[in-house]
Design a protein around this ligand. Structure first.
Ligand SMILES: NC(=O)c1ccc[n+]([C@@H]2O[C@H](COP(=O)([O-])OP(=O)(O)OC[C@H]3O[C@@H](n4cnc5c(N)ncnc54)[C@H](O)[C@@H]3O)[C@@H](O)[C@H]2O)c1
Length: 253
């Protein structure tokens, strides 16, 4: 797909992997709409890349529709990237023998799964109306899972369930959208150096980097953005989940 002159919506675009994606797409000439519940952060990234921003919550369907409508202005919405999401650490039963909180489980499923569903479905509906390009291609949706979808660690019951759902949506979404020329690809990142991990002390961050097969460092958000650009440009990539993880396989803890 020709990124330049396409419109793109990036959820979670105010920080980490989402912000890096906004930068990478803008560098290739896309008109980027940064969508994040952190409106100030979204505004900052938009100003930096010459894009637009909108504050809102991906779990709120109306907020998602407003964001997609903004990105669809000009009838060139061809790229939707879902990066809004977060982690959750809680065991099936805690040290006192109490069960995992239903509230925590529901919160993370709502954010990571329903948030992705809300934006993917609305963005696809808008993309289905744009003029097709080469081979009838109209657009691409990139969703963000995690290696935790496959190698869930101790305390990742809810997080792994949510990312497993993002992985499982990939093929049926790609099949559904094939009739309108929209591809769906999921990235499953390993350990990336974003504000999510920045809260850890330096020695723990270094130890995490050492646990990667090669190269023995945390991934850079720019490497995630680079993969989104490649996915958008490579029209033969579809219905697949790509691990971007330096070969890491997560141990139980
Ligand atoms: N950083 C990693 O190592 C890593 C690894 C695997 C998967 N991931 C996944 O990648 C995604 C991005 O992670 P990150 O490290 O860039 O995190 P981050 O915390 O740096 O950025 C997440 C962004 O999402 C936004 N957000 C959160 N909830 C939202 C909501 N309800 N509505 C709108 N925006 C919301 C936040 O404001 C923030 O700007 C997440 O889904 C995360 O699970 C990250």
């Amino acid at each position: 797909m020709e990124i330049s002159n396409s419109s793109a919506i990036v959820t979670g675009g105010a920080s980490g992997l989402g912000a890096a994606t906004c930068r990478a797409l803008a560098e290739k000439g896309a008109r980027v709409v940064v969508f994040d519940r952190n409106e100030d952060g979204a505004k900052q990234v938009a100003a930096e890349i010459g894009g637009e921003y909108i504050g809102g919550d991906v779990t709120n369907p109306d907020d998602c529709q407003r964001a997609v409508d903004l990105a669809a202005e000009g009838d060139e919405l061809r790229i939707a990237v879902n990066c809004a999401g977060t982690g959750w650490a809680e065991r099936v039963i805690n040290r006192s023998g109490e069960p995992h909180s239903a509230q925590g489980f529901e919160f993370i499923l709502r954010l990571n799964v329903i948030g992705t569903f809300n934006v993917m479905t609305r963005a696809a509906a808008a993309m289905a109306k744009v003029a097709p390009g080469e081979d009838g291609e109209r657009g691409v949706v990139v969703n963000t899972a995690s290696v935790a979808a496959f190698d869930g660690q101790i305390g990742q019951l809810a997080y792994s369930a949510s990312k497993g759902a993002v992985v499982a949506m990939t093929l049926p979404a790609a099949r559904d959208l094939s009739v309108v020329g929209i591809r769906v690809v999921t990235i499953a990142p390993g350990l990336f150096d974003t504000p999510l991990l920045a809260t850890l002390p330096e020695d723990q961050r270094r130890a995490l980097g050492e646990s990667v097969l090669f190269p023995k460092v945390l991934g850079l958000p720019s490497q995630y953005g680079q993969l989104v650009v490649s996915i958008a440009q490579n029209r033969y990539l579809n219905g697949e989940v790509l691990r971007l993880d330096g070969g890491i396989r997560m141990p139980p803890r």
